[in-house]
Write a protein that binds this ligand. Structure first.
Ligand SMILES: Nc1ncnc2c1ncn2[C@@H]1O[C@H](COP(=O)(O)OP(=O)(O)OP(=O)(O)O)[C@@H](O)[C@H]1O
Ligand SMILES: O=P(O)(O)OC[C@H]1O[C@H](OP(=O)(O)OP(=O)(O)O)[C@H](O)[C@@H]1O
Length: 210
């Protein structure tokens, strides 16, 4: 049976494709995709390219069997499917960051800007602090610089974006990496095929580490 895979397009796609190739998938059509979004060339694997948050929507709706998506999105959306494998790519982490003059002990209720309101709420619940959260869609680093927020919760990889915008880290939250998730029903119906894919990916990861 064909496995239907929803792959997060953009950054995740670029990082994961070499691993999928190593695992035996023909990634040429995706590399030369133009504006195509569906790849049915291989009878074993059909691949769609979607935005990260939508990858889970396709899985939850039963339209896709397998999703390849960042753990940031899995945590933010409270992923109800099976988280089967950490693909060990897309490694970065969440931080609380702000300008150098930010006072973490500020007496009033802080305003925090983020693309990830749930993760931010969870963090401040854990440390027992009540904050106002403003949802931002991108370039979150702008918010404390222009006075929209006191601080941000965002992803950091190299730290270049923080550095070049004169922001600093005040707390490290949690690590992030790309994961493979499987729709619960699909795992029952296509158990053999999905286990085989997991095995191939694990082997490919081991080879890549050598
Ligand atoms: N700086 C980073 N370094 C490594 N991985 C990252 C970084 N930023 C985000 N990621 C991971 O890559 C996934 C996709 O990144 P992101 O949401 O930035 O999309 P994108 O491909 O840049 O496209 P767009 O910003 O247009 O939505 C995230 O869900 C996260 O898991
Ligand atoms: O530590 P760095 O290596 O600089 O990476 C961190 C940046 O990468 C992500 O943004 P992205 O490039 O996805 O753009 P966005 O602001 O539109 O989300 C993240 O939100 C940071 O802004």
């Amino acid at each position: 049976m064909t496995i239907n895979i929803a792959l997060t397009k953009g950054r995740t796609e670029k990082m994961v494709l070499p691993l999928l190739k190593r695992a035996g998938m023909n990634i040429e059509p995706i590399l030369n995709k133009g504006r195509r979004l569906i790849f049915n060339d291989d009878p074993n694997y059909h691949v769609i390219l979607a935005k990260g948050p939508d990858v889970l929507t396709y899985l939850n709706g039963g339209a896709m069997d397998v999703g390849i998506v960042g753990s940031d999105i899995l945590v933010e959306q409270r992923n109800p499917q099976y988280d089967m494998l950490d693909l060990n790519t897309g490694r970065c982490h969440f931080v609380l960051a702000s300008t150098k003059d930010f006072d973490p002990g500020l007496a009033r209720r802080k305003i925090i800007a983020t693309k990830y309101p749930q993760i931010t709420q969870d963090y401040f619940n854990t440390i027992g602090e009540d904050v106002e959260i403003i949802k931002i869609e991108g370039s979150v680093e702008l918010a404390p610089l222009v006075g929209l927020a006191d601080a941000i919760v965002d992803i950091v990889e190299t730290g270049d974006t923080l550095r070049e915008n004169h922001l600093q880290v005040y707390a490290e939250l949690m690590p992030v990496s790309t994961h493979l998730v499987v729709n619960k029903l699909a795992l029952k119906q296509k158990q053999g095929e999905i286990k085989q894919l997991l095995l191939q990916l694990q082997q490919a990861m081991q080879e890549a580490a050598l």
